[in-house]
Design a protein around this ligand. Sequence first.
Ligand code: FCB
Length: 448
Amino acid sequence: MTLSIQNKSEMLSKSFIYGVATASFQIEGASESRLPNIWDAFCAKEGKIADGSNGNIACDHLQLWEQDVDLIESLGVDAYRLSISWPRVIDLEGKLNHKGLSFYIKLLDELNKRKIKSFVTFYHWDLPQHLEEKGGWLNRETAYQFENYVNLVSKALGDRVYAYATLNEPFCSAYLGYEAGVHAPGLKSKNYGKKAAHHLLLAHGLAIQQLNKNCPAIKKGIVLNFTPCYPNNESFQDKVAANIADDYFNQWYIKPLFDGQYPELIEKLEDEHQPDILEGDLDIISTPIDYLGVNYYTRAIYSATNEGYGFRELPPQEPLTDIGWEIYPQAMTDLLISLDQKYKLPPIYITENGMAAADKIIAQQVDDFERIDYLQNHLNAVDSAMSAGVDIRGYFAWSLMDNFEWAEGYTKRFGLVYVDYQTQERTVKKSGKVYRDFISQRQDLPTK
Ligand code: FCB
């Protein structure tokens, strides 16, 4: 089995960046050598994580990082997307923790030595617990704490980084963490979701301003996830419902960045559900960025209802991945084209895409054909968007290796590399080998 590109777009050029992605809490372990974060606290609560696990050891990456860099290099990728653990690098007083930071310095130096570009995210959901205890993302002050963290760390890392992202998927931090309550910190109220979202977006804008000052030559952006919303049928009501859901879950996070305003839906939100916006916030939030990171996994289907804001999500349609998400690559093409039409965007990187599968390791082999199929269909989906004129510069598979999948614990495997959590042995899956072969046959085409 091999991977190929259907329309032969620039995705076959060596200037198109291919990478693999991870996040600090999901792989690092070594929780005892940093401050506690909201996921430590959430995991400690009964019934929150499917297998009752936590991130104390995870993939033991803090110990095994050199071997993991070898692994990344062996996949032949151009880039590695990682995140920094805020509670590892900043102390209780808001000062740099040099020992914690030295881990990332070593890692980045090694990546640079091997000519692997680093895409570094400052916030992939692991808020220091002491900040949560002061209100977390419901407290505007957290945005300024984030600004301070980004300022100190970006100064200390100098020119080691290829591209920074401020936040990963603020939708998940805000909605899943403060409104649906299924992610840390596990608060559940419609009064909270949009308030948390606003402070996250403010944190993003403040951070971009620090990065512009500290490292003008490094690319800066944000990573958003999109779950495109489709109507259940062609009725006017269901189409309206899908549009409202789209504004609530997707456009809410991108429109302020590029248009400096929230979707019109804000006018219909009940008073208690409103974000607390101060004058000038939207100017900060819409500070220009160099790239947009797009994460895509699945779509959702909605019908109209008289309850809430008028939309109701229906169960996903088959085929489903092992985590229950519908496989629907067409939505990825549609999404990329529609974002390009709606907004004046900088270049896009696909910063996450991949699937969970019930992988089995047999005689040192993992034959994850379904994942290869998923990658193939989604690479073609990106290629179709590029052929339609969307400026996309790279693609990152989620994930380098199996890891702690948030509320699902270790029960869902997304890696191109299989991890045996008992022995910490890593085995490259068939998908990893096929991805490597695909990347290695690219040509030197003119660069942008
Ligand atoms: C995304 C997260 C990432 C991973 C994948 C499966 O929402 O950014 O950490 O859990 O989903």
